[in-house]
Design a protein around this ligand. Structure first.
Ligand code: 26Q
Length: 744
């Protein structure tokens, strides 16, 4: 690509009298034109990432930055009297729910940046993740109609469309390609379903992660649809170049399953090789076992996909049959390996009429990886214990990472400039270099100025968006992520109520004013999570109305938290709250984004928090709460009602759930979850049990923050030790350990 030519094109764009969208499209199209010759050349061994979700966020600034023209473009348009920042109103695709989808986006970004051939495959949803608003403190969902706008960053590939066949319908899969800029230009290929109104439904909606029965068939259709379209295309391309020498397939392709959501791709691959090209099934399976790899992202039982055999057979009879044949193969193999009946049962692909997609993925995958050290440990010791016993070499860890281009260079130009001024710009391609920046007085005082500026910008943004002004000169603590019980936003709200009592009793004279920021969406059908939102908003209202504490404590739950909101929040936060019940958060990646921007972590011994504290120093972070092992033991005898009865300070907090002291209806549902739940045991995630150690950690960070010099050192040391959490490191580990790719 020719940078000067692109800049000349920018200069030729007139802005006078044009609507914002049109200018946006003209700039975007100029970029697309310019990269075309570099795009899509691919002859080498390639890795393909199969993911149901890509949470890419806003493409514009990121793409201009990757093309190396962002500052120049800003200048060119500023001269025309047009600020490029005005495109901040233009939203991009939210084709993902949370961590797993954002991780996919960071990995594509890093692969392109590092010159690794990685192509993404997924679904082009008509409606992405819903928009969220609060009405009287409650979440209201509205459809996110992102395609109502033009999408200049995608190219429809009319000539490459293909058919995907179900028992009851044939659907046309039309590819849309999005370039991913970097050292190489890679492609994210999203398939859109067309052909009939029923067909169109398949790429209609992003599926919520924790939904109920009605949607199951549709979900299966979605999974098969994009997996089959991708496999069909990849195999066709292989044949065109290498003929029918399928035994050579693994030399040219490494396929990565982002969780089990694309496991049908394995069955489809076997179907094509065996039923279409007459490769004997055992041979086809041998090829598949050198080709597919599986990343697990969750240990929650309810998020492990199991599909009823009947349901699959109803719309995909061949696929159901192949999965069943795989099941028979695996049983034979395990018999030979000498597995006990119980062991076979625990690894079974088919049990009680259900396909276990995780067991199928583990059986076929050449490598299975967890997303943080602790999580991989749980996979080996618990979830896939038996498989680990018989196939120890399959299992490996690759701790997640986040892209420093989006999560530092783009969202925190001030901190980036500080690094430039200290060590030059080399760190931008090699984040490890920032660890060598001396944390001397000059650096720390510059860092304090950056943090203050990012907090000011955040305050301004929230004032505009929410109509609330954050306390000035306060410590900003943030918990932003999807709503889930195991993530314990509920416990944070209880901690705020606990602190409020302490402050009202005049016990905490030295308490530094503290703002608790929340952000995140609850799945539309997840009632309890929505109650937690209502609860946090009620606590916010109570605290704001209480003159005794309102200058010391503030709670704000921002609406419609998304990638662009996250960019503002991670840069303007002092304290990152990562308080999941130990043993449940596979990794977390928000924790890494906050760290990279110089926040300290108040967190549990869970997921990647452990590695963060290791790398940045335990003394620079605030770890609290029971460990996963302790929690498991504890649950055998834990009685939350007795526990609360024995502690007056906790009791007075939980009473507030139902005694009418909070605005709005009583919080019966949350009360029941805490004391009388039967689905899991009451207070399963130990919100009461960990509450006081959480409050202690918050008081500690609050007290430490009073010493500006030493506290900013803690923050800065977090920032400069964050390079391990770059997705560049992670993607290079995938490329080296799993895919065996070469870099350009
Ligand atoms: C399950 C069954 C049926 C239909 C859908 C699903 C489903 C969908 C989405 C299950 C899980 C998800 C998403 C999981 C997810 O986002 N996991 C997060 O992945 C991050 C990246 O690895 C981790 O950092 C987080 O810890 C993990 O929660």
């Amino acid at each position: 690509m020719n940078k000067q030519r692109l800049l000349d094109k920018f200069r030729a764009i007139s802005v006078e009298g044009k609507p914002l969208r049109q200018i946006y499209e003209e700039i975007s199209s100029a970029c697309m034109e310019e990269i075309r010759p570099d795009w899509g050349r691919r002859t080498r061994r390639t890795a393909c990432y199969f993911s149901m979700e890509y949470l890419v966020g806003r493409a514009f600034y990121n793409n201009l930055m990757e093309l190396g023209v962002l500052p120049e473009a800003e200048e060119i348009f500023a001269k025309k009297g047009f600020a490029l920042s005005r495109f901040e109103e233009i939203e991009d695709a939210a084709l993902g729910n949370g961590g797993l989808g954002r991780l996919a986006a960071c990995y594509l970004d890093s692969a392109a940046a590092r010159g690794l051939p990685l192509q993404g495959y997924g679904l082009r949803y008509r409606y992405g993740l819903f928009r969220q608003r609060f009405v009287a403190g409650e979440q209201v969902e509205e459809p996110e109609d992102w395609l109502a706008r033009e999408d200049p960053w995608s190219v429809r590939r009319e000539r490459e469309k293909r058919r995907v066949t179900f028992a009851d319908m044939t659907v046309v899969a039309v590819p849309y390609d999005m370039p991913v800029f970097g050292k190489t230009v890679n492609t994210l290929r999203l398939f859109q379903a067309e052909g009939s109104p029923e067909a169109e439904q398949i790429s209609g909606f992003l599926y919520p992660p924790d939904d109920t029965d009605e949607g199951k068939l549709l979900r299966i259709r979605q999974e098969y649809f994009f997996s089959a379209a991708a496999i069909g295309e990849i195999v066709d391309k292989f044949i065109a170049v290498h003929g029918m020498h399928f035994e050579r397939f693994p030399e040219f392709y490494a396929l990565q399953l982002n969780d089990t959501h694309a496991t049908f791709a394995v069955a489809e691959f076997l179907r094509i090789l065996n039923r279409v090209h007459r490769v004997p099934l055992p041979e086809a399976l041998e090829i598949a076992r050198k080709t597919f790899h599986y990343t697990n992202h969750t240990v929650l039982a309810e998020a492990l996909e199991c599909w009823k055999e009947e349901l699959v057979a109803q719309i995909l009879p061949d696929i159901a049959l192949i999965l069943k044949q795989l099941h028979v193969f695996s049983l034979r193999e395990w018999q030979k390996l000498g597995c006990t009946a119980e062991e076979r049962q625990s690894m079974a692909l088919l049990t009680d009429g259900y396909f276990s997609m995780a067991n199928a993925a583990v059986y076929v995958a050449r490598r299975v990886n967890g997303v943080a050290e602790m999580h991989t440990g749980i996979l080996k010791e618990k979830l896939f214990r038996t498989a680990f016993k018989y196939y120890p070499n399959k299992f490996t860890n690759i701790t997640n990472g986040v892209s420093q281009r989006r999560w530092l260079m783009l969202c925190n130009r001030e901190l980036s400039a500080l690094y430039d001024s200290r060590i030059g710009t080399g760190w931008r391609d090699d984040l490890g270099a920032i660890a060598r920046i001396p944390a001397d007085e000059a650096a720390l005082s510059a860092f304090r100025a950056v943090k203050a500026e990012k907090k000011r910008q955040l305050r301004e943004y929230i004032r505009k968006r929410e109509g609330v002004t954050l306390l000035d000169d306060a410590l900003y603590a943030a918990q932003t992520k999807r709503l889930h019980e195991y993530k314990r936003q509920f416990m944070t709200a209880l901690a705020v109520l606990y602190l409020r009592f302490e402050l009202k009793e005049g016990k905490r004279e030295d308490f530094a004013p503290m703002v608790f920021l929340f952000g995140g969406k609850a799945a539309a059908g997840y009632r309890r999570a929505k109650e937690v939102i209502r609860f946090v908003n009620a606590v916010a209202e109570l605290v704001a109305a209480d003159e005794e504490v309102s200058q010391k404590l503030q709670v704000v739950f921002v609406q419609n938290y998304d990638v662009s909101y996250a960019e503002k929040i991670v840069a303007g936060t002092d304290v990152s709250l990562q308080v999941s019940a130990a043993g449940f958060e596979a990794s977390g990646t928000g924790n890494m984004k906050f760290m990279m921007n110089g926040a300290v972590t108040v967190g549990t011994m869970d997921g990647a928090n452990i590695e963060i504290a290791e790398r940045a120093g335990g003394y620079n972070n605030y770890m609290f709460g029971v460990t996963a092992e302790e929690a498991e033991l504890l649950r055998e005898s834990y009685d939350p009602a007795a526990f609360a009865e024995s502690n007056e300070k906790i009791l007075r907090v939980v009473r507030m759930l139902t005694d009418g002291s909070l605005p709005g209806k009583p919080f019966e549902e949350l009360y029941r979850a805490t004391f009388t739940e039967t689905y899991n045991s009451p207070d399963f995630y130990l919100c009461l049990y960990d509450l006081e150690s959480y409050v202690d950690a918050l008081l500690k960070v609050n007290a430490d923050s009073r010493d500006e010099a030493s506290f900013s050192r803690k923050q800065f040391e977090n920032a400069i030790h964050s390079s391990f959490f770059s997705s560049d490191r992670a993607i290079e580990a995938y490329a080296r350990k799993i895919w065996k790719l070469e870099q350009t």
